[in-house]
Design a protein around this ligand. Structure first.
Ligand code: UN1
Length: 526
């Protein structure tokens, strides 16, 4: 999980590695702290790492603690200590604090979006959307403070009452990715809190500032000390210490399928609850009766929004042969005209990718695609390195056409601005291709035939499905997640997320005054 974007620096003074230039921006970068038990503290080791701007790595966004097991242990102790106070606070009171958090996020939306573009790279419109998603999640989920519905049900014995209530799980570890650095932490944090859990959160090392902003806002909103604890650092150390900590009853992880498997086995070893949100190889099916301009627009947004670095990215476009030429021509024209650059520049359409490792991986897949027999590189394919691109991680929007469904570029998650166009002769053929990958997050169909739309809706084995819309654009009040290697059966967002962050307690109240044995003292029907 550790990425090459950051270079370690001891005590925030001396950088090592390729980022050791001492530009004024670099030396004046602010140092940030962990948040443990209500105090802002350095890592026990005093070490920090640099958070560099992927559009211009001479720009250091800030220095953040390199947390170790020792820091995680302190954070978990603080979370455990705060648990009883927080779970006993009535849920509507907890929710009031969260509504205040929502207001703080609204007030700071623009600043948080700017910080996010600077550390993550995506264009300002998208980072504004990311912060907005955190706001939506906060308001929607805080409303659960006055619901958190359980249920009552008849008991099988007379004078006996049966009901089911939700109770918090305990202290939870949240491990979050860099592509939605505020939205995804909020999907985990807010439901965890409204249910009465306390948390230790570790954001991806590429984007700690956005989670810092979220946690700082929690402090300002009045979340009591110890309820939310932030530790920054790397997966192999801080992430592993969270995953393996015996006192964290639940680990919620979003990231790669490979890392998710490690998290899942560690949780299995200690019987911890584990919720995983991982990869995707999402598909747009374009039928011969589709509005082609609309489909191209959806494909461009789905494939190149966030530089393709979404688990919901449209990385496969399965297009009916009758409209294949027309569709690919327009797609390639529009992809080639996208302006790639610093996401802070309002004229830019697509920002950089996250770091040097990402460049390496994506360029590797482009080479694989070029070597595949039959696939055609129709546009893009190069890293941009001159002029305004000289100091960042920029890759051209890339389209492969005539891709066969079993090629690696059509099967594996690339997580970059690369999409594969696959021809098909029928809806059935398209659905078969679409389902034939290891992931199952999101799928879409463009068609004007309602029967075809419903048929595809029924046949696609994914957690999310769109009709005449791209594969991205999930809203916070519907469950988010996928089938197969995308997840492990849980859903975030919606009210369904409450099933991750609460456990059911079944309660029986016997007011008969005598021993009544369920199943045994059966009542004869009258
Ligand atoms: C992700 O792709 O990693 O639907 C999350 C969307 C966003 C969330 C995406 N609301 O694309």
């Amino acid at each position: 999980m550790a990425q090459a974007k950051k270079a370690l620096s001891k005590n925030g003074k001396k950088q090592q590695g390729r980022s050791s230039s001492s530009s004024p921006a670099r030396t004046s970068a602010k140092t940030y702290y962990n948040y443990i038990g209500g105090s802002w503290v350095k890592a026990a080791s005093g070490e920090t790492f640099e958070n560099l701007n992927p559009a211009d790595t001479r720009d250091c966004v800030g220095r953040f603690p390199v947390s170790s097991e020792e820091d995680v242990n302190r954070a978990v102790d603080a979370a455990r200590e705060a648990f009883n106070g927080w779970r006993r606070m009535p849920a509507p009171r907890r929710a009031e604090i969260l509504f205040r958090l929502g207001e703080i996020l609204i007030r700071n939306k623009e600043r948080f979006a700017q910080d996010m573009t600077r550390e993550m790279g995506k264009v300002l419109k998208e980072t504004g959307g990311d912060v907005q998603e955190a706001i939506d999640c906060t308001y929607y989920t805080a409303g659960e403070g006055r619901r958190l519905h359980g249920f009552t049900t008849p008991a099988e014995m007379p004078d006996k009452f049966a009901m089911c209530v939700r109770q918090p799980v305990g202290s939870c570890g949240l491990i979050t990715p860099w592509n939605f650095p505020m939205a995804i932490p909020s999907w985990k944090l807010i439901p965890a809190l409204v249910c009465g859990n306390t948390v230790v959160i570790k954001p991806a090392e590429d984007t700690p500032l956005s989670t810092y902003n979220l946690v700082k806002a929690c402090e300002e909103a009045g979340v009591p000390p110890g309820v939310v604890n932030l530790v920054t650092g790397f997966g192999e150390t801080a992430g592993a210490a969270i995953t393996n900590h015996p006192a964290l009853r639940l680990i919620s992880f979003t990231g790669s399928t490979e890392t998710g498997r490690i998290v899942a086995s560690a949780c299995a070893d200690r019987n911890a609850i584990c919720s995983l949100e991982m990869g995707g190889k999402n598909v747009i099916i374009v039928m011969d009766d589709a509005d082609i301009d609309l489909a191209v627009e959806g494909a461009i947004w789905g494939a190149f929004g966030t530089s393709g670095q979404r688990c919901t990215a449209s990385s496969r476009l399965v297009v009916h042969k009758k409209v294949y030429k027309q569709f690919t021509k327009k797609l390639v024209e529009q992809a080639a005209s996208l302006r790639v650059g610093d996401g802070a520049n309002p004229n830019v359409d697509m920002g950089p990718v996250i770091n040097a490792d990402a460049v390496h991986k994506i360029m590797g897949y482009i080479e694989i695609g070029e070597r595949e027999d039959g696939a055609r590189l129709a546009c893009g394919g190069k890293r941009l390195t001159g002029g305004e691109h000289a100091n960042g991680y920029f890759i051209e929007p890339t389209v492969f056409t005539d891709v066969a469904p079993d090629m690696r570029i059509a099967q594996e998650e690339i997580f970059g601005p690369v999409t594969a166009v696959i021809p098909t002769a029928s809806l059935e053929g398209a659905i078969e291709i679409a389902n034939n990958v290891r992931y199952g997050l999101s799928a879409a169909i463009y068609t004007s035939d309602v029967n075809r739309a419903f048929h595809a809706m029924n046949e696609m084995y994914t957690g999310i499905f769109y009709v005449n819309a791209s594969t991205i654009g999930a809203e916070v009040h519907l469950p988010f997640g996928g089938t197969k290697a995308t997840g492990n059966g849980h859903r975030e967002a919606g009210t369904q997320v409450l099933d991750i962050f609460s456990e059911w307690k079944s309660i029986y109240v016997d007011y008969s005054g005598k021993l009544q044995r369920a199943q045994i003292d059966a009542i004869e029907p009258q």
